[in-house]
Ligand binder design. Structure first.
Ligand code: IDP
Ligand code: MG
Length: 139
C-alpha cells in the first residue's frame, strides 16, 4: 500500500457543522477514492494512542478531549502520491495559514478544531490505517 494510501479523520466540529459531505466532495474532486470508512466516537484512550507522538505537548490534553467529544469519520483514501497530495488538499495545520480553497481554509474553525486529519508520511499512513481498519475492511 506504500505511496498510495492516506488516513484521514473528519473531526468532531466539522461533523457537527454538517461538513461531512462537502469535505468528501472535495476529496472526490481531487481524485481520492474511499478504500474504507466509518463513523465512530473515539474513546480518550484511542485518541491518546492515535496521537501518541504529541503526548506531553501543551495542546495534547485539549486535543484528546476534543477528538473524543463527538463522532468522527475515519477514512482510508487511495490515490497515487496520496500522503503529499492530501496534505496539499487540506492545507496548513493552522487554518489562518491554510491556502485559499483548501479544506482547512474552508471548514476549520481553529488550529485545534481544524476540520480534518491527514497522515504525514507513508509510515504514519500504514500505522494509522492498521489502527482503525482490518485488512478485510479495505476495498
Ligand atoms: P497536522 O494535523 O497538520 O499533522 P500536527 O502537528 O500533527 O498537525 O498536530 C496534530 C493536531 O493537533 C492538529 O491537527 C491540531 O488539531 C492539533 N494541534 C497541533 N498544534 C496545535 C496547537 O498549537 N494548538 C492547538 N492544537 C494544535
Ligand atoms: Mg500530524
Amino acid at each position: 500500500m506504500e505511496g498510495n494510501f492516506t488516513l484521514s479523520i473528519i473531526k468532531p466540529r466539522a461533523v457537527q457543522k454538517g461538513f461531512i459531505i462537502p469535505i468528501l466532495e472535495k476529496c472526490h474532486e481531487a481524485g481520492f477514492r474511499i478504500s474504507a470508512m466509518k463513523l465512530v466516537q473515539l474513546t480518550k484512550k484511542q485518541v491518546a494512542g492515535f496521537y501518541k507522538e504529541h503526548e506531553g505537548k501543551s495542546f495534547f490534553e485539549s486535543l484528546v478531549e476534543f477528538m473524543s467529544s463527538d463522532r468522527v469519520v475515519v477514512i482510508l483514501f487511495e490515490k497515487d502520491n496520496a500522503v503529499a497530495d492530501f496534505r496539499k488538499l487540506i492545507g496548513a495545520t493552522d487554518p489562518s495559514e491554510a491556502a485559499p480553497g483548501t479544506i482547512r481554509n474552508l471548514y476549520a474553525e481553529s488550529k485545534e478544531k481544524n476540520a480534518v486529519h491527514g497522515s504525514d508520511s507513508d509510515e504514519s499512513a500504514l500505522r494509522e490505517s492498521d489502527f482503525f481498519f482490518s485488512k478485510m475492511e479495505r476495498f
